[in-house]
Write a protein that binds this ligand. Structure first.
Ligand code: FEO
Length: 173
């Protein structure tokens, strides 16, 4: 049983996950436009991951007897200065998402909502991985600097990323 406040907070996070998907789809489109197929692939896989993050919230709210209420998804940026700009913006966005997840965890503790607390632990772990991946690529981009060959090598590396759907029920942990 979810409190009214919790249903609202979970719906807000569902919207943020959908925005995350939209943001990374926009970065994928921009990468394609500037000829970086690997970056485009990386961000499209990220889009797919974000959709599963959103659907986990969608299913969890439904399964717990709450009402899913979809809201407007904000317009993402469509132009980026450089590959580094995209990853700096990605990291900044993920740090914001981490803060939001932490606030949700705080609410679950405050409300003694153990089921939601357990559900959210998956996201706590996921955020550590997401920020780690972004930091890793930002470090590589710093090493590359303005070297075109280095950028193309990284592009090839990012082309290898494959979307792996989560196993079990989508809202499972
Ligand atoms: Fe769903 Fe990238 O956090």
């Amino acid at each position: 049983m979810l409190s009214k406040k919790m249903v609202e907070a979970l719906n807000n996070q569902l919207n943020r996950e959908l925005y995350s998907a939209y943001l990374y789809m926009s970065m994928s489109a921009h990468s394609t436009f500037i000829g970086l197929k690997g970056f485009s692939n990386w961000f499209m896989v990220q889009y797919q991951e974000e959709m599963t993050h959103a659907m986990k919230f969608y299913d969890y709210i439904n399964n717990q007897g709450g009402q899913v209420k979809l809201a407007e998804i904000a317009k993402p940026p469509t132009i980026f200065e450089s590959p580094s700009d995209m990853f700096e913006k990605t990291l900044k966005h993920e740090q914001f998402v981490t803060k939001c997840i932490n606030e949700l965890v705080d609410l679950s503790i405050e409300e003694k909502d153990h089921a939601t607390n357990i559900f959210l632990q998956w996201y706590v772990t996921e955020q550590v991985e997401e920020e780690g991946n972004d930091n890793d690529i930002i470090s590589k981009l710093k090493l590359i600097g303005g070297d075109g060959n280095g950028l193309l090598t990284l592009d090839k590396e990012l082309l290898a990323r494959v979307f792996v759907p989560p196993t079990g029920p989508i809202s499972g942990i």
